[in-house]
Design a protein around this ligand. Structure first.
Ligand code: ADP
Length: 519
Protein backbone atom coordinates (compact mmCIF):
# COMPACT_ATOMS: atom_id res chain seq x y z
CA UNK A 1 0.00 0.00 0.00
CA UNK A 2 1.17 3.51 -0.77
CA UNK A 3 0.97 4.59 2.85
CA UNK A 4 3.81 2.28 3.76
CA UNK A 5 5.90 3.96 1.09
CA UNK A 6 4.91 7.34 2.47
CA UNK A 7 6.21 6.37 5.85
CA UNK A 8 9.47 5.26 4.33
CA UNK A 9 9.96 8.69 2.81
CA UNK A 10 9.52 10.48 6.10
CA UNK A 11 11.93 8.26 7.91
CA UNK A 12 14.76 10.02 6.07
CA UNK A 13 13.64 13.46 7.17
CA UNK A 14 14.78 15.27 10.26
CA UNK A 15 12.13 14.77 12.92
CA UNK A 16 12.91 18.16 14.36
CA UNK A 17 11.10 19.77 11.47
CA UNK A 18 7.85 18.51 13.01
CA UNK A 19 8.48 20.69 15.98
CA UNK A 20 7.89 24.26 14.94
CA UNK A 21 5.25 25.71 17.18
CA UNK A 22 2.90 28.61 17.58
CA UNK A 23 2.86 31.61 19.82
CA UNK A 24 2.00 30.62 23.32
CA UNK A 25 1.90 26.85 22.79
CA UNK A 26 4.56 24.22 23.32
CA UNK A 27 4.31 20.66 22.07
CA UNK A 28 6.66 17.77 22.53
CA UNK A 29 7.51 15.77 19.41
CA UNK A 30 9.51 12.86 20.68
CA UNK A 31 12.79 14.74 20.48
CA UNK A 32 14.46 16.53 23.36
CA UNK A 33 14.82 19.95 21.70
CA UNK A 34 11.77 22.18 21.53
CA UNK A 35 11.67 24.92 18.92
CA UNK A 36 9.26 27.80 19.21
CA UNK A 37 8.25 29.57 16.03
CA UNK A 38 5.50 32.16 15.82
CA UNK A 39 5.19 31.49 12.11
CA UNK A 40 2.40 29.41 10.72
CA UNK A 41 3.52 27.22 7.84
CA UNK A 42 1.07 26.73 5.03
CA UNK A 43 0.94 24.72 1.82
CA UNK A 44 -1.52 26.30 -0.58
CA UNK A 45 -2.30 23.44 -2.97
CA UNK A 46 -3.94 24.41 -6.22
CA UNK A 47 -4.26 23.26 -9.82
CA UNK A 48 -3.60 26.71 -11.29
CA UNK A 49 -1.77 29.84 -10.22
CA UNK A 50 -1.24 33.06 -12.19
CA UNK A 51 1.04 33.87 -13.93
CA UNK A 52 2.17 30.25 -14.34
CA UNK A 53 -1.20 28.85 -15.36
CA UNK A 54 -4.70 30.27 -15.55
CA UNK A 55 -8.07 29.16 -16.82
CA UNK A 56 -10.20 31.22 -14.44
CA UNK A 57 -10.54 33.04 -11.15
CA UNK A 58 -8.89 30.25 -9.12
CA UNK A 59 -5.53 31.18 -10.66
CA UNK A 60 -5.89 34.79 -9.52
CA UNK A 61 -6.92 33.76 -6.00
CA UNK A 62 -4.01 31.31 -5.84
CA UNK A 63 -1.54 34.14 -6.44
CA UNK A 64 -3.21 36.89 -4.43
CA UNK A 65 -4.39 35.14 -1.26
CA UNK A 66 -0.96 33.62 -0.47
CA UNK A 67 0.61 37.04 -1.07
CA UNK A 68 -1.80 38.60 1.44
CA UNK A 69 -1.15 35.79 3.93
CA UNK A 70 2.57 36.36 3.57
CA UNK A 71 2.03 40.01 4.49
CA UNK A 72 0.33 38.73 7.65
CA UNK A 73 3.45 36.74 8.50
CA UNK A 74 2.39 33.29 7.27
CA UNK A 75 5.19 31.15 5.81
CA UNK A 76 3.28 30.06 2.72
CA UNK A 77 4.33 27.92 -0.24
CA UNK A 78 2.08 27.42 -3.27
CA UNK A 79 2.03 23.86 -4.60
CA UNK A 80 1.00 23.65 -8.27
CA UNK A 81 1.81 21.43 -11.25
CA UNK A 82 4.35 22.74 -13.80
CA UNK A 83 2.35 22.67 -17.02
CA UNK A 84 5.15 24.08 -19.09
CA UNK A 85 8.77 23.06 -19.01
CA UNK A 86 10.02 26.65 -19.09
CA UNK A 87 7.85 28.04 -16.29
CA UNK A 88 10.55 30.06 -14.50
CA UNK A 89 14.05 29.81 -13.07
CA UNK A 90 13.72 26.90 -10.67
CA UNK A 91 15.71 25.08 -8.04
CA UNK A 92 14.92 21.44 -7.31
CA UNK A 93 14.25 21.11 -3.58
CA UNK A 94 12.99 17.53 -3.33
CA UNK A 95 12.22 14.43 -5.29
CA UNK A 96 9.38 11.99 -4.75
CA UNK A 97 9.93 8.39 -5.89
CA UNK A 98 7.53 6.48 -8.12
CA UNK A 99 4.88 4.55 -6.25
CA UNK A 100 2.06 2.37 -7.58
CA UNK A 101 0.30 4.31 -10.37
CA UNK A 102 2.29 7.44 -9.61
CA UNK A 103 5.47 8.30 -11.51
CA UNK A 104 8.50 9.87 -9.86
CA UNK A 105 8.61 13.65 -9.82
CA UNK A 106 10.64 16.50 -8.53
CA UNK A 107 9.55 19.59 -6.66
CA UNK A 108 11.16 22.77 -7.94
CA UNK A 109 10.99 26.19 -6.33
CA UNK A 110 10.27 29.41 -8.18
CA UNK A 111 8.99 32.74 -6.86
CA UNK A 112 5.94 34.83 -7.59
CA UNK A 113 6.46 38.56 -8.12
CA UNK A 114 5.04 38.97 -4.58
CA UNK A 115 7.96 36.94 -3.21
CA UNK A 116 5.81 33.90 -2.34
CA UNK A 117 7.69 30.68 -3.12
CA UNK A 118 5.96 28.42 -5.62
CA UNK A 119 6.65 24.71 -5.45
CA UNK A 120 6.13 23.32 -8.92
CA UNK A 121 5.49 19.63 -9.44
CA UNK A 122 7.77 18.73 -12.30
CA UNK A 123 6.44 15.63 -14.00
CA UNK A 124 6.30 16.39 -17.75
CA UNK A 125 4.56 13.12 -18.68
CA UNK A 126 1.63 14.16 -16.48
CA UNK A 127 1.49 17.92 -16.72
CA UNK A 128 3.44 19.39 -19.67
CA UNK A 129 0.83 18.76 -22.33
CA UNK A 130 -0.71 20.83 -25.09
CA UNK A 131 -4.13 22.02 -23.93
CA UNK A 132 -5.54 23.24 -20.63
CA UNK A 133 -4.63 21.75 -17.26
CA UNK A 134 -7.82 19.71 -17.40
CA UNK A 135 -8.57 19.07 -21.05
CA UNK A 136 -7.01 18.24 -24.40
CA UNK A 137 -7.14 20.85 -27.19
CA UNK A 138 -10.22 18.95 -28.49
CA UNK A 139 -12.03 19.86 -25.26
CA UNK A 140 -12.20 16.42 -23.66
CA UNK A 141 -10.98 15.75 -20.13
CA UNK A 142 -7.53 14.15 -19.95
CA UNK A 143 -8.29 10.45 -19.37
CA UNK A 144 -5.81 10.21 -16.49
CA UNK A 145 -7.07 13.26 -14.55
CA UNK A 146 -7.76 11.15 -11.44
CA UNK A 147 -4.12 10.14 -11.18
CA UNK A 148 -2.76 13.50 -12.36
CA UNK A 149 -4.60 15.45 -9.69
CA UNK A 150 -4.42 12.58 -7.23
CA UNK A 151 -0.66 13.02 -7.50
CA UNK A 152 -0.93 16.74 -6.74
CA UNK A 153 -3.06 15.92 -3.67
CA UNK A 154 -0.80 13.11 -2.59
CA UNK A 155 2.33 15.25 -2.81
CA UNK A 156 0.64 17.89 -0.62
CA UNK A 157 0.06 15.19 1.99
CA UNK A 158 3.58 13.81 1.56
CA UNK A 159 4.97 17.26 2.30
CA UNK A 160 3.01 17.14 5.55
CA UNK A 161 4.90 13.95 6.19
CA UNK A 162 8.33 15.32 5.45
CA UNK A 163 8.83 15.00 1.69
CA UNK A 164 10.57 18.39 1.63
CA UNK A 165 13.36 18.10 4.15
CA UNK A 166 13.20 20.59 7.00
CA UNK A 167 9.81 22.05 6.24
CA UNK A 168 6.55 20.61 7.59
CA UNK A 169 3.36 22.61 7.10
CA UNK A 170 0.93 23.27 9.93
CA UNK A 171 -1.92 23.51 7.44
CA UNK A 172 -2.65 22.30 3.93
CA UNK A 173 -5.07 24.61 2.19
CA UNK A 174 -6.77 22.60 -0.57
CA UNK A 175 -8.61 24.35 -3.38
CA UNK A 176 -11.41 22.81 -5.43
CA UNK A 177 -11.74 19.21 -6.56
CA UNK A 178 -8.18 18.72 -7.94
CA UNK A 179 -6.79 18.91 -4.41
CA UNK A 180 -9.75 17.40 -2.54
CA UNK A 181 -8.12 14.04 -1.93
CA UNK A 182 -5.21 15.72 -0.09
CA UNK A 183 -7.54 15.94 2.91
CA UNK A 184 -8.26 12.21 2.55
CA UNK A 185 -4.58 11.24 2.33
CA UNK A 186 -3.91 13.35 5.38
CA UNK A 187 -6.80 11.77 7.27
CA UNK A 188 -5.17 8.39 6.82
CA UNK A 189 -1.79 9.60 8.07
CA UNK A 190 -2.39 9.63 11.81
CA UNK A 191 1.24 10.52 12.43
CA UNK A 192 0.90 13.82 10.57
CA UNK A 193 0.34 16.93 12.70
CA UNK A 194 -0.93 18.96 9.78
CA UNK A 195 -4.50 20.28 9.64
CA UNK A 196 -6.47 20.72 6.41
CA UNK A 197 -8.85 23.27 5.02
CA UNK A 198 -10.77 22.85 1.80
CA UNK A 199 -12.02 25.82 -0.19
CA UNK A 200 -14.83 25.39 -2.68
CA UNK A 201 -14.38 27.86 -5.52
CA UNK A 202 -17.04 26.20 -7.63
CA UNK A 203 -19.22 23.30 -6.53
CA UNK A 204 -20.22 22.58 -10.13
CA UNK A 205 -16.88 20.90 -10.87
CA UNK A 206 -16.74 17.75 -8.76
CA UNK A 207 -13.95 15.54 -10.07
CA UNK A 208 -15.97 12.32 -10.42
CA UNK A 209 -14.12 9.14 -11.38
CA UNK A 210 -14.94 5.42 -11.54
CA UNK A 211 -14.71 3.43 -8.31
CA UNK A 212 -11.48 1.54 -9.22
CA UNK A 213 -9.64 4.89 -9.07
CA UNK A 214 -9.71 4.57 -5.27
CA UNK A 215 -7.25 1.67 -5.37
CA UNK A 216 -5.20 3.30 -8.13
CA UNK A 217 -4.83 6.38 -5.94
CA UNK A 218 -3.64 4.26 -3.05
CA UNK A 219 -6.52 5.31 -0.83
CA UNK A 220 -7.81 2.73 1.66
CA UNK A 221 -10.90 0.79 0.59
CA UNK A 222 -12.83 2.02 3.64
CA UNK A 223 -12.61 5.60 2.35
CA UNK A 224 -15.06 4.56 -0.37
CA UNK A 225 -18.13 4.94 1.78
CA UNK A 226 -21.00 7.36 2.16
CA UNK A 227 -19.13 9.07 5.00
CA UNK A 228 -16.01 9.33 2.86
CA UNK A 229 -15.44 10.05 -0.78
CA UNK A 230 -18.03 7.81 -2.42
CA UNK A 231 -20.71 9.63 -4.41
CA UNK A 232 -23.40 7.49 -6.03
CA UNK A 233 -20.96 4.69 -6.81
CA UNK A 234 -18.17 7.00 -8.01
CA UNK A 235 -15.16 8.58 -6.39
CA UNK A 236 -15.73 12.31 -5.85
CA UNK A 237 -12.60 14.39 -5.27
CA UNK A 238 -14.81 17.27 -4.18
CA UNK A 239 -16.62 15.16 -1.63
CA UNK A 240 -13.26 13.95 -0.30
CA UNK A 241 -12.37 17.55 0.49
CA UNK A 242 -15.73 18.26 2.10
CA UNK A 243 -15.77 15.03 4.13
CA UNK A 244 -12.21 14.97 5.42
CA UNK A 245 -11.03 18.57 5.77
CA UNK A 246 -10.93 20.07 9.28
CA UNK A 247 -12.53 23.25 7.93
CA UNK A 248 -14.40 24.10 4.74
CA UNK A 249 -14.70 27.50 3.21
CA UNK A 250 -16.29 28.89 0.14
CA UNK A 251 -15.68 32.15 -1.58
CA UNK A 252 -18.63 34.25 -0.47
CA UNK A 253 -21.06 34.24 2.46
CA UNK A 254 -24.12 34.11 0.19
CA UNK A 255 -22.76 31.10 -1.74
CA UNK A 256 -22.01 29.35 1.58
CA UNK A 257 -25.74 29.52 2.32
CA UNK A 258 -26.87 28.73 -1.24
CA UNK A 259 -24.89 25.49 -1.51
CA UNK A 260 -26.70 24.07 1.51
CA UNK A 261 -29.92 24.14 -0.53
CA UNK A 262 -31.03 21.77 -3.24
CA UNK A 263 -30.98 24.15 -6.19
CA UNK A 264 -27.31 25.14 -5.92
CA UNK A 265 -26.04 22.28 -3.77
CA UNK A 266 -25.09 20.13 -6.78
CA UNK A 267 -26.15 16.99 -4.93
CA UNK A 268 -23.90 17.75 -1.95
CA UNK A 269 -26.22 20.12 -0.08
CA UNK A 270 -27.07 17.48 2.53
CA UNK A 271 -23.42 16.92 3.41
CA UNK A 272 -22.68 20.64 3.34
CA UNK A 273 -25.60 21.32 5.64
CA UNK A 274 -24.41 18.54 7.93
CA UNK A 275 -20.93 20.12 8.04
CA UNK A 276 -22.27 23.68 8.36
CA UNK A 277 -20.43 24.28 11.65
CA UNK A 278 -17.17 23.77 9.76
CA UNK A 279 -18.27 25.83 6.73
CA UNK A 280 -17.48 29.56 6.37
CA UNK A 281 -18.07 31.93 3.47
CA UNK A 282 -15.21 34.38 2.95
CA UNK A 283 -15.46 36.81 0.06
CA UNK A 284 -12.47 36.72 -2.27
CA UNK A 285 -10.44 39.86 -2.68
CA UNK A 286 -8.78 40.98 -5.88
CA UNK A 287 -5.20 41.86 -6.75
CA UNK A 288 -5.43 45.60 -6.29
CA UNK A 289 -1.97 46.17 -7.74
CA UNK A 290 -2.60 44.33 -11.02
CA UNK A 291 -6.09 45.80 -11.23
CA UNK A 292 -5.50 49.47 -10.57
CA UNK A 293 -6.66 52.00 -13.18
CA UNK A 294 -4.12 54.50 -11.84
CA UNK A 295 -1.15 52.33 -12.82
CA UNK A 296 -2.45 49.57 -15.13
CA UNK A 297 0.07 49.21 -17.98
CA UNK A 298 -2.49 47.54 -20.26
CA UNK A 299 -4.80 50.52 -20.62
CA UNK A 300 -4.66 53.55 -22.91
CA UNK A 301 -4.64 56.18 -20.18
CA UNK A 302 -4.41 55.79 -16.42
CA UNK A 303 -7.01 57.50 -14.26
CA UNK A 304 -8.53 57.58 -10.80
CA UNK A 305 -11.68 58.79 -9.08
CA UNK A 306 -10.43 62.38 -9.33
CA UNK A 307 -9.60 62.08 -13.04
CA UNK A 308 -12.56 60.05 -14.22
CA UNK A 309 -12.85 62.08 -17.42
CA UNK A 310 -9.70 60.31 -18.65
CA UNK A 311 -11.64 57.04 -18.72
CA UNK A 312 -12.96 58.32 -22.06
CA UNK A 313 -9.58 57.66 -23.73
CA UNK A 314 -9.88 54.02 -22.79
CA UNK A 315 -13.40 53.89 -24.17
CA UNK A 316 -12.08 55.16 -27.49
CA UNK A 317 -9.26 52.60 -27.43
CA UNK A 318 -11.77 49.78 -26.88
CA UNK A 319 -13.98 51.09 -29.67
CA UNK A 320 -10.99 51.25 -32.04
CA UNK A 321 -9.84 47.77 -31.13
CA UNK A 322 -13.37 46.36 -31.43
CA UNK A 323 -14.00 48.06 -34.78
CA UNK A 324 -16.83 50.18 -33.37
CA UNK A 325 -17.36 53.89 -33.98
CA UNK A 326 -16.04 56.46 -31.50
CA UNK A 327 -19.40 57.25 -30.02
CA UNK A 328 -20.69 58.63 -26.72
CA UNK A 329 -23.32 55.91 -26.53
CA UNK A 330 -23.03 53.77 -23.42
CA UNK A 331 -20.51 50.98 -23.93
CA UNK A 332 -21.59 47.67 -22.36
CA UNK A 333 -19.08 44.87 -21.84
CA UNK A 334 -18.88 41.16 -21.11
CA UNK A 335 -15.64 39.31 -20.25
CA UNK A 336 -16.40 35.73 -19.41
CA UNK A 337 -16.19 32.04 -19.89
CA UNK A 338 -18.99 31.45 -22.37
CA UNK A 339 -21.04 28.93 -20.43
CA UNK A 340 -24.58 28.50 -19.18
CA UNK A 341 -23.47 29.35 -15.62
CA UNK A 342 -22.57 32.85 -16.76
CA UNK A 343 -26.03 33.53 -18.28
CA UNK A 344 -24.53 33.97 -21.75
CA UNK A 345 -27.75 32.61 -23.29
CA UNK A 346 -29.66 35.51 -21.69
CA UNK A 347 -27.22 38.02 -23.15
CA UNK A 348 -27.64 36.41 -26.57
CA UNK A 349 -31.43 36.49 -26.14
CA UNK A 350 -31.56 40.21 -25.37
CA UNK A 351 -28.83 41.20 -27.86
CA UNK A 352 -31.26 42.19 -30.65
CA UNK A 353 -33.19 44.37 -28.16
CA UNK A 354 -29.91 45.95 -27.06
CA UNK A 355 -28.86 46.58 -30.66
CA UNK A 356 -32.14 48.39 -31.20
CA UNK A 357 -31.16 50.89 -28.50
CA UNK A 358 -28.53 53.53 -28.67
CA UNK A 359 -25.61 51.57 -27.20
CA UNK A 360 -22.59 49.44 -28.02
CA UNK A 361 -21.69 45.99 -26.67
CA UNK A 362 -18.25 44.35 -26.62
CA UNK A 363 -17.83 40.71 -25.67
CA UNK A 364 -14.52 38.97 -24.87
CA UNK A 365 -14.74 35.30 -24.06
CA UNK A 366 -14.33 31.70 -24.97
CA UNK A 367 -16.19 28.57 -24.10
CA UNK A 368 -19.12 26.55 -25.43
CA UNK A 369 -19.00 26.37 -29.24
CA UNK A 370 -22.76 27.02 -29.41
CA UNK A 371 -22.41 30.39 -27.64
CA UNK A 372 -19.26 31.30 -29.58
CA UNK A 373 -21.12 30.75 -32.87
CA UNK A 374 -24.24 32.61 -31.78
CA UNK A 375 -22.21 35.59 -30.57
CA UNK A 376 -20.23 35.72 -33.82
CA UNK A 377 -23.52 35.68 -35.74
CA UNK A 378 -24.81 38.58 -33.64
CA UNK A 379 -21.66 40.61 -34.33
CA UNK A 380 -22.20 40.02 -38.05
CA UNK A 381 -25.87 40.91 -37.85
CA UNK A 382 -25.28 44.12 -35.84
CA UNK A 383 -21.78 45.35 -36.80
CA UNK A 384 -22.47 48.92 -35.64
CA UNK A 385 -23.48 47.85 -32.12
CA UNK A 386 -21.94 44.50 -31.23
CA UNK A 387 -18.30 43.38 -31.37
CA UNK A 388 -17.17 39.94 -30.27
CA UNK A 389 -13.62 38.71 -29.63
CA UNK A 390 -13.28 34.99 -29.05
CA UNK A 391 -10.28 33.83 -27.04
CA UNK A 392 -8.51 34.58 -23.79
CA UNK A 393 -6.75 37.93 -23.76
CA UNK A 394 -5.74 39.32 -20.39
CA UNK A 395 -4.42 42.73 -21.57
CA UNK A 396 -7.58 43.32 -23.60
CA UNK A 397 -9.64 42.36 -20.52
CA UNK A 398 -7.92 45.18 -18.61
CA UNK A 399 -8.56 47.66 -21.42
CA UNK A 400 -12.23 46.70 -21.61
CA UNK A 401 -12.65 47.14 -17.85
CA UNK A 402 -11.11 50.61 -18.21
CA UNK A 403 -13.08 51.63 -21.28
CA UNK A 404 -16.58 50.24 -20.68
CA UNK A 405 -19.37 52.14 -18.98
CA UNK A 406 -21.40 49.12 -17.90
CA UNK A 407 -20.38 45.52 -17.23
CA UNK A 408 -22.84 42.62 -17.58
CA UNK A 409 -22.56 39.60 -15.28
CA UNK A 410 -25.93 37.85 -15.22
CA UNK A 411 -24.74 34.56 -13.71
CA UNK A 412 -27.18 31.79 -12.82
CA UNK A 413 -24.87 31.14 -9.90
CA UNK A 414 -21.56 32.74 -9.00
CA UNK A 415 -19.47 31.46 -6.10
CA UNK A 416 -17.64 34.79 -5.95
CA UNK A 417 -16.77 36.26 -9.36
CA UNK A 418 -14.01 38.76 -9.94
CA UNK A 419 -14.96 40.94 -12.85
CA UNK A 420 -17.74 42.70 -10.94
CA UNK A 421 -15.05 43.82 -8.49
CA UNK A 422 -12.57 44.78 -11.21
CA UNK A 423 -15.38 46.76 -12.85
CA UNK A 424 -16.15 48.77 -9.73
CA UNK A 425 -12.48 49.53 -9.26
CA UNK A 426 -12.37 50.87 -12.82
CA UNK A 427 -15.50 53.01 -12.47
CA UNK A 428 -17.42 50.63 -14.73
CA UNK A 429 -20.87 50.03 -13.32
CA UNK A 430 -21.79 46.33 -13.07
CA UNK A 431 -25.21 44.82 -13.72
CA UNK A 432 -25.31 41.51 -11.85
CA UNK A 433 -27.73 38.84 -10.82
CA UNK A 434 -28.11 38.83 -7.02
CA UNK A 435 -26.48 35.47 -6.39
CA UNK A 436 -23.38 34.28 -4.52
CA UNK A 437 -20.48 36.68 -4.46
CA UNK A 438 -22.22 39.06 -6.84
CA UNK A 439 -24.83 39.76 -4.16
CA UNK A 440 -22.06 40.21 -1.57
CA UNK A 441 -19.90 42.59 -3.58
CA UNK A 442 -22.28 44.87 -5.49
CA UNK A 443 -24.57 47.34 -3.72
CA UNK A 444 -27.59 48.37 -5.74
CA UNK A 445 -27.88 51.90 -7.11
CA UNK A 446 -30.96 52.41 -4.93
CA UNK A 447 -28.83 52.33 -1.75
CA UNK A 448 -26.54 55.12 -0.46
CA UNK A 449 -23.44 53.00 -1.16
CA UNK A 450 -24.84 51.89 -4.55
CA UNK A 451 -22.34 51.11 -7.29
CA UNK A 452 -24.27 48.77 -9.59
CA UNK A 453 -27.58 47.21 -10.53
CA UNK A 454 -28.87 43.94 -9.13
CA UNK A 455 -31.64 41.77 -10.49
CA UNK A 456 -33.12 38.69 -8.89
CA UNK A 457 -35.19 36.57 -11.25
CA UNK A 458 -33.22 34.08 -13.34
CA UNK A 459 -34.40 35.23 -16.77
CA UNK A 460 -33.43 37.23 -19.84
CA UNK A 461 -36.37 39.57 -19.18
CA UNK A 462 -35.07 40.44 -15.71
CA UNK A 463 -31.62 41.12 -17.17
CA UNK A 464 -33.11 43.40 -19.80
CA UNK A 465 -35.10 45.28 -17.14
CA UNK A 466 -31.87 45.85 -15.18
CA UNK A 467 -30.15 47.13 -18.33
CA UNK A 468 -33.06 49.56 -18.87
CA UNK A 469 -32.64 50.78 -15.31
CA UNK A 470 -28.93 51.33 -15.85
CA UNK A 471 -29.42 53.12 -19.18
CA UNK A 472 -31.86 55.50 -17.51
CA UNK A 473 -29.40 56.24 -14.71
CA UNK A 474 -26.60 56.73 -17.25
CA UNK A 475 -28.39 59.80 -18.61
CA UNK A 476 -27.97 61.62 -15.28
CA UNK A 477 -24.23 62.34 -15.21
CA UNK A 478 -24.16 63.32 -11.52
CA UNK A 479 -26.02 60.22 -10.38
CA UNK A 480 -23.83 58.06 -12.60
CA UNK A 481 -20.65 59.59 -11.22
CA UNK A 482 -21.85 58.78 -7.70
CA UNK A 483 -22.16 55.10 -8.65
CA UNK A 484 -18.71 55.11 -10.25
CA UNK A 485 -17.00 56.79 -7.30
CA UNK A 486 -18.77 54.55 -4.75
CA UNK A 487 -17.40 51.51 -6.59
CA UNK A 488 -13.90 52.96 -6.97
CA UNK A 489 -13.68 53.77 -3.27
CA UNK A 490 -14.77 50.35 -2.05
CA UNK A 491 -12.03 48.20 -0.57
CA UNK A 492 -11.77 44.95 -2.54
CA UNK A 493 -8.27 44.11 -1.27
CA UNK A 494 -7.37 40.78 0.28
CA UNK A 495 -6.32 41.97 3.74
CA UNK A 496 -9.61 41.46 5.59
CA UNK A 497 -10.30 38.09 3.94
CA UNK A 498 -6.74 36.85 4.49
CA UNK A 499 -7.08 37.69 8.19
CA UNK A 500 -10.23 35.54 8.34
CA UNK A 501 -8.41 32.61 6.74
CA UNK A 502 -5.61 33.02 9.26
CA UNK A 503 -8.15 32.85 12.10
CA UNK A 504 -9.41 29.53 10.71
CA UNK A 505 -5.88 28.15 10.25
CA UNK A 506 -5.15 28.97 13.89
CA UNK A 507 -8.38 27.38 15.07
CA UNK A 508 -7.88 24.10 13.19
CA UNK A 509 -4.23 23.78 14.12
CA UNK A 510 -5.10 24.34 17.77
CA UNK A 511 -7.83 21.67 17.54
CA UNK A 512 -5.56 19.20 15.82
CA UNK A 513 -2.68 19.73 18.24
CA UNK A 514 -5.00 19.24 21.18
CA UNK A 515 -5.95 15.83 19.72
CA UNK A 516 -2.34 14.83 19.07
CA UNK A 517 -0.94 12.73 21.90
CA UNK A 518 2.25 14.15 23.32
CA UNK A 519 5.04 11.62 22.94
P1 ADP B 1 -14.65 32.02 -13.41
O1 ADP B 1 -15.91 31.31 -13.00
O2 ADP B 1 -14.39 31.89 -14.88
O3 ADP B 1 -13.46 31.68 -12.57
P2 ADP B 1 -14.37 34.68 -12.33
O4 ADP B 1 -15.13 35.94 -12.55
O5 ADP B 1 -14.20 34.24 -10.92
O6 ADP B 1 -15.00 33.56 -13.21
O7 ADP B 1 -12.91 34.88 -12.93
C1 ADP B 1 -12.72 34.99 -14.28
C2 ADP B 1 -11.34 35.53 -14.50
O8 ADP B 1 -10.91 35.19 -15.80
C3 ADP B 1 -11.26 37.01 -14.42
O9 ADP B 1 -9.97 37.39 -14.02
C4 ADP B 1 -11.55 37.42 -15.87
O10 ADP B 1 -11.07 38.68 -16.20
C5 ADP B 1 -10.82 36.36 -16.60
N1 ADP B 1 -11.34 36.05 -17.93
C6 ADP B 1 -12.42 35.30 -18.23
N2 ADP B 1 -12.53 35.18 -19.58
C7 ADP B 1 -11.51 35.89 -20.11
C8 ADP B 1 -11.07 36.14 -21.44
N3 ADP B 1 -11.71 35.64 -22.49
N4 ADP B 1 -9.96 36.88 -21.61
C9 ADP B 1 -9.32 37.39 -20.56
N5 ADP B 1 -9.66 37.19 -19.28
C10 ADP B 1 -10.75 36.45 -19.06
Amino acid sequence: MQFIRVNRIISSVSYASHCHLYTGAVYACGVPALMISPTLRLIFATSECAPFSKTGGLADVSAALPAALRRLGVDVRILVPAYSSGDAPMRVIATVPASGSFPALSIAEAKLPSGVPVWLLVCPEFYARNGSPYQSPAGTDWPDNAIRFGLLSRVAALIANGAVPGWIPDVIHCNDWPTGTAAAYLHYMPEAHTASIFTIHNLAFQGLFPAPSVAALGLPADSFSIDGLEYYGQLSFLKAGISYADAITTVSPTYAGEIQGESLGAGLHGLLHYRRQALTGILNGIDTVAWNPASDPHIAMNYGAATLADKMHNKRAVQSRAGLQHSHQPLLAVISRLTEQKGIDWIIEIAPALAARSLQLVVLGSGDARYENELKALAEAYPLSIAVTLGFDEPYAHLIEAGADIFLMPSRFEPCGMNQMYSQRYGTVPIVRATGGLADSVDDAATPSGAGFLFYEASAAALLAAVERALLAYRDRTAWRRLQVNGMRRDFGWNASAARYLEIYRRITANRKSLTPIA
